[in-house]
Design a protein around this ligand. Structure first.
Ligand code: FUL
Length: 690
């Protein structure tokens, strides 16, 4: 009798104990620092340096510090704007590639010590750190490893200088949540007057392991971002366009090369936890350029970025350029605020809360791992299945027919990233209908789909590396946003307006006024001549709402231009106004490679614009050029030469200007491309005339 009791008791204890046993971690897991960082979800970048005053993408290191004169600098304004934009922290370009320091570093004179602002007595990093503390935001530091000013760059001595600066920044300004080491490393620069090209091997030159040790000893809670050298705590996603792969593993391999696919999608069976950070700018470029005042991202663009970053298991690092006065421009502030309002409006009301959740399998049938945990508003509880189960479903009964268009789901990341694929079904008119198919989940995954009305929602995990562990589910009904149309102008001057969705009407103006439903209605391409500014909106009759305004400025039409350096008829693609069509020089072309254009008449030329073939990491992007003009196609005058900075990571249109000069012929010469080979491509080429 006694024996039977003991046996029964032991069996009971065994079952009870295993019911309480949490699933084991599956593969690599995040550190506390990485988890805290991921939970920030959105934080800001601010780009500010001497090149803000020269209107360049990168500084060369020889810019005179006296040009740096922000007459209205107000770090509290930056922090207020970022906070109102939903950002939880700010990373400042304490030193960008120019080498110019926004704090009074003891180790160089190339800093705000030698600029007119506050008579050289100011410290922008200090002011930002104080403002962050005041408003409760975290502070991060961008310190460019590449320094185009330092005479020592490329030599062993520079590493000491670099670490000295790091030490200043990580000791004097309080807690730093993230340190950012840009991957752009080595190339031409001023280098204390040497004005030469200095190449380094980013993997070995900085001795990253010892640099990391120093950083962690000074700031134990920091997250290290590094694109150039040894793998750090978080990874770049291979693009600055604002998205990470739909499949996005937070794991990758600690050693080896990092091809685009690895950065963009992670590695399913990677040996380390290296989650994704999506960095992009609220304008096309990182620094402030007045010409981009009308190019601030619209609400629908920002929401797309949110869904393809935070909604795909990444964090969002959104850049706000600082203008020449030392402020975030009002248009950027407005866009950021609307973005934050839209995110909170969309996710304010989780339709699943308080509803009934049931699962096809619950770990050891225990309440501790029950389906209800996914809608209890507690990130530390979760639904888990038995270890042997890698396919299971969870149903939420909404109790009545409910309209929704967003589905949010989170894995309990402390136990690793597990789910490989899942589907969502909705119960409408007595039947289940599939509404979405997806791959990975991770910390957070958000799916967007057209509105459905259903009484139940079912998620089926169709494949998982280990038993699924889901901590949260949300079902939402997001407001509709109208996307602005895009505008292009063909070679003959015809303007074409392309709607983002076919159902809305398009209205436009060409006289600089804001378009309304009383402006011209766009029905087909229309002829234009001369320089022109076109503004257009999309308008939805049902809701009476209009999209933000799209504005495009065009120079003279290219009707009479002829490309005379090639007989290939396809070369015309570079003058057709369509950014999606391109032309590449024939294989085997020797560099420098030319495009020569006969303008058909003498023009007063003061600049040109080059758009590379914008396929991501696509081949043939020119990064060093020379630009010549001629009146007779025999005698050429060099009027501009230099680099297209950062054009690999951000393959957008770049503009170069020079003193106006009379020309009938122009020659755009490719000196080098980003891959150092002979593939030279162009999507669009245009001139600026006076
Ligand atoms: C890039 C840099 O070259 C850009 O100027 C910018 O700082 C961006 C965040 O990283 O690689």
């Amino acid at each position: 009798m006694k024996r039977t009791f003991v046996l029964l008791f032991s069996v009971f204890m065994f079952v009870f104990a295993s019911a309480q046993t949490a699933p084991k971690p599956c593969g690599p897991t995040p550190s506390d620092n990485q988890l805290k960082w991921q939970e920030m979800e959105r934080y800001a970048f601010v780009h500010f340096s001497v090149n803000t005053y020269t209107d360049q993408w990168w500084g060369n290191g020889d810019e005179d510090p006296h040009i740096f004169n922000p007459t209205k600098l107000d770090c509290r304004q930056w922090v207020r704007v970022c906070k109102e934009s939903g950002m939880k922290g700010i990373i400042i370009t304490a030193k960008h590639h120019s080498g110019f320091c926004l704090w009074p570093s003891k180790y160089t004179n190339y800093s705000i010590k030698n600029c007119p602002w506050k008579n050289g007595k100011g410290d922008i990093v200090r002011e930002l750190s104080d403002a962050c503390k005041e408003y409760g935001l975290k502070l991060g530091i961008y310190l460019s490893p590449w320094d185009r000013n330092s005479p020592d760059y490329g030599k062993p001595e520079y590493i000491k200088y670099f670490r000295n600066q790091l030490t200043e920044l990580l000791t004097n300004y309080g807690d730093i949540f993230e340190i950012w080491f840009d991957g752009a490393n080595g190339g031409t620069g001023y280098y204390g007057g040497a004005r030469e090209e200095r190449k380094i091997d980013p993997k070995t030159y900085y001795d990253w392991q010892n640099t990391y040790k120093l950083i962690r000893s000074l700031q134990p809670n920091i997250i290290i971002w590094n694109d150039g050298g040894d793998r750090a705590d978080v990874r770049w996603v291979g693009t600055e366009a604002g998205n990470v792969g739909e499949t996005n593993w937070s794991t990758m391999n600690a050693k080896g090369d990092t091809p685009y696919a690895m950065l963009h999608y992670g590695v399913e069976n990677g040996d380390s936890w290296v989650p994704a950070e999506v960095n992009t700018s609220i304008r096309p470029e990182w620094f402030y350029h007045p010409s981009e005042d009308t190019k601030v991202k619209s609400l629908s663009q920002l929401m797309d970025i949110y869904y393809t970053s935070v909604g795909r298991n990444g964090t969002l690092l959104l850049n706000f350029p600082i203008d020449t006065q030392g402020l975030i421009h009002p248009s950027d502030a407005k866009a950021g605020k609307e973005f934050a309002q839209e995110v909170s409006e969309t996710f304010r009301y989780n339709l699943a809360i308080g509803k009934k959740a049931t699962a096809s399998n619950t770990r050891a049938n225990s309440k501790k791992f029950a389906a209800a945990n996914v809608i209890d508003n507690n990130k530390d509880t979760y639904w888990a299945t038995d270890d042997s189960v890698t396919r299971a479903s969870l149903t939420i009964d909404l109790g009545m027919s409910t309209t929704f268009n967003r589905f949010m789901i989170q894995e309990y990341s402390r136990l690793g990233q597990r789910v490989k694929s899942f589907t969502i079904d909705a119960f409408t008119q007595g039947k289940w209908h599939k509404i979405a198919d997806a791959t990975t989940i991770g910390y957070k995954r958000i799916l967007c789909f057209p509105s459905v009305k259903a009484s139940k929602v079912r998620i089926t995990i169709t494949d998982s590396k280990c038993c699924p562990v889901i901590s949260n589910i949300g079902i939402y009904d997001a407001p509709q946003i109208l996307t602005q149309p895009s505008i292009i102008r063909a070679k003959d001057g015809k303007v074409i307006i392309i709607p983002a969705d076919k159902e809305s009407g398009i209205y436009y103006t060409t006289d600089g006024t804001l378009p309304t439903v009383r402006s011209h209605k766009y029905t087909k391409p229309f002829n234009t001549s001369g320089k022109i500014e076109v503004k257009a909106i999309a308008y939805d009759v049902k809701s009476g709402k209009s999209s933000p305004v799209c504005t495009e400025k065009f120079d003279l039409p290219r009707t009479s231009w002829k490309i005379i350096s090639t007989t290939d008829a396809k070369a015309i693609n570079i003058l057709d106004g369509d950014p999606s069509s391109s032309w590449h020089q024939p294989k085997g072309t020797k560099l420098p490679a030319d495009i020569v254009i006969d303008l058909g008449a003498n023009l007063n030329v003061s600049g040109f614009r080059y758009l590379p073939d914008p396929t991501l990491w696509g081949p043939g992007i020119i990064n060093a050029y020379r630009f010549y003009v001629s009146t007779d196609n025999i005698n050429w005058k060099l009027v501009s030469q230099g680099e297209f900075s950062n054009i690999k990571n951000n393959p957008l249109r770049q503009t170069k200007t020079f003193a106006a000069i009379n020309a009938r012929y122009v020659k755009f010469q490719a000196v080098k491309n980003i891959e150092n080979n002979d593939n030279i491509g162009y999507a669009e080429f245009d001139l600026i005339t006076q």
